[in-house]
Design a protein around this ligand. Sequence first.
Ligand code: FES
Length: 204
Amino acid sequence: MVERTAGRTEDEAGVTRRRFTLGILVASLIGAAGSVLALFKVLSPEKKGGGYVTTIRPGDRLVYAKGANMGVPILASEMKTGNAVLVYPEGKSSNPANLVQLIRLRETDFKLPTNVGLTDRGLVAYSAICTHLGCTVSWVENQQSPAASYTECFCHNSVFDPARGAKVMGGPAPIPLAQIGVKVTNDGALVFTSDFTGPIGPQV
Ligand code: FES
């Protein structure tokens, strides 16, 4: 009787040890998985892009980002050649990565590497977040010669050519502003038609 009781006690002690060892093993595996995930996060392009992650989706309507018409859908007829305006996808203005500069040039003004298939009637759109340190870009309009207008970031004077895929013409910005597709709908409003063609936000 005494021996059986002692045997049960030894068995229970063995089970406790096995559970303890299993617990340590599971905890170690969870810790290792966490380390791998952390490493992946550090190396991911999303991190390299300064953490700017857009939520724009094809079909989102373009609305004014500033001024008295803030939040109102923009009509193609309101954009004259040489004009530019800051826009957001409708209902998604809380994410600064969604800020876009919509520009109207003549269709014949576009040169490579502009993706003309992502433009409509001279309307072209680029990320409005400077690829240097993330300031919002501005529009420098040349009323005499709209094709000579350009985008500039006044934080450190990076200049981008809107007729040539927003390539960098000067300043410290390392890469162009990414283009995003737009098209005019039947009611004259505008919608996005694609994702950005490249990374957005600071790339340094
Ligand atoms: S943040 Fe735009 S030039 Fe520096």
